[in-house]
Ligand binder design. Structure first.
Ligand SMILES: Nc1nc2c(c(=O)[nH]1)N[C@@H](CN(C=O)c1ccc(C(=O)N[C@@H](CCC(=O)O)C(=O)O)cc1)CN2
Length: 290
């Protein structure tokens, strides 16, 4: 597949995020006029760098749009019972329309049980198996995960052809890798998922028209991983040795070879928070029979 963009174009998330937010501001104004105030609860355990980056982005975006927020900060050594209790309280709280649980959770918590506790109607980032099953079936009535949805929105915004494209997703987490592959498959792309045990990794990734990097290893993707003219979407949010945010892609190394590449920060992350806001408004409307 030929990609038509200028060589080495940095494709930012802001124009995509702003377009989504513009429509949401109008929708929220209408709801507020009727006495309905959309509200998001964020559940964070500890203070991991990438969770905090997501939280900053989400709080800022919600404030711009007029969505209320509440952060439930839980200690690193929280027990299963305490976490589930906090989640049940949010499920029952009528003022809360959307719940975002940062993941992965610490090791002492059993995610496989917790995912059944969150109310699917408030699950705005696809934690519940009910919402995961919907994306497998291509059913758009639920809440697909925000970061994978942001990846698809960016590609569409910058007119990257998805149908028939050879796309490699690097990473197989339930938060990003697997659902991203599924959403792209729903767009009729040919998708390959790569992971730590993939043989000849560079050979596989360097055949991709579009490479989605979601491994969580700072600047791992170098020039030899990509095909000339490929579109590179960097989903990684890592903290480098100087304490700065950086992606999974070594941007300066691949810049001349790629046709388009997303930056970190200000790339996928900034769109993720707009999708999250969109899901909170959708959840709020559904809970108020709108
Ligand atoms: N339930 C989830 N938890 C976590 C996810 C997730 O997708 N769902 N992902 C990571 C964090 N993450 C993406 O992988 C992420 C990080 C940052 C942002 C964001 O909004 N970034 C902005 C602002 C950055 C800043 O102010 O420093 C940007 O890049 O411009 C979104 C998603 C962990 N947990």
């Amino acid at each position: 597949m030929e990609v038509t963009a200028t060589k080495g174009q940095i494709i930012k998330g802001k124009p995509v995020a702003d377009q989504i937010s513009e429509n949401l501001i109008k929708e929220v104004n209408e709801l507020v006029k009727e006495g309905i105030n959309p509200k998001l609860a964020i559940v964070r355990v500890g203070a991991k760098g990438n969770d905090l980056a997501y939280e900053r982005g989400a709080l800022k975006r919600c404030q711009t749009i007029g969505i209320e927020t509440e952060v439930i900060e839980l200690s690193e050594d929280i027990t299963q019972e305490e976490y589930e209790k906090a989640l049940r309280n949010l499920n029952e709280n009528k003022d809360i329309h959307g719940i975002l649980c940062f993941r992965p959770l610490p090791k002492q918590l059993n995610e496989e049980e917790i995912k059944y506790v969150i109310s699917p109607e408030k699950d705005v980032d696809c934690f519940s198996p009910i919402n995961s099953a919907k994306i497998m079936e291509g059913d758009t009535s639920g809440f697909p995960p925000c970061t994978p949805t942001a990846v698809v929105e960016i590609l569409k915004h910058y007119n990257v052809e998805l149908q028939g494209a050879n796309i490699v997703v690097l990473g197989r987490s339930m938060v990003v890798g697997k659902p991203t592959a599924m959403l792209l498959l729903n767009e009729n792309a040919t998708v390959t998922i790569c992971h730590s045990r993939t043989k000849n990794l560079e050979k596989v990734t360097s055949e991709a028209d579009i490479l989605i990097a979601a491994v969580g290893r700072a600047k791992m993707i170098k020039e030899n991983f990509i095909k000339k003219g490929a579109v590179v979407i960097d989903v990684g949010i890592n903290v480098d040795e100087d304490g700065k945010l950086c992606g999974d892609v070594d941007t300066s190394a691949v810049f001349d070879k790629a046709s388009m590449i997303t930056p970190v920060p200000a790339g996928v992350g900034s769109v993720t928070s707009s999708i999250l806001a969109k899901h909170v408004v959708k959840a709020c409307k559904a809970q108020n029979n709108k």
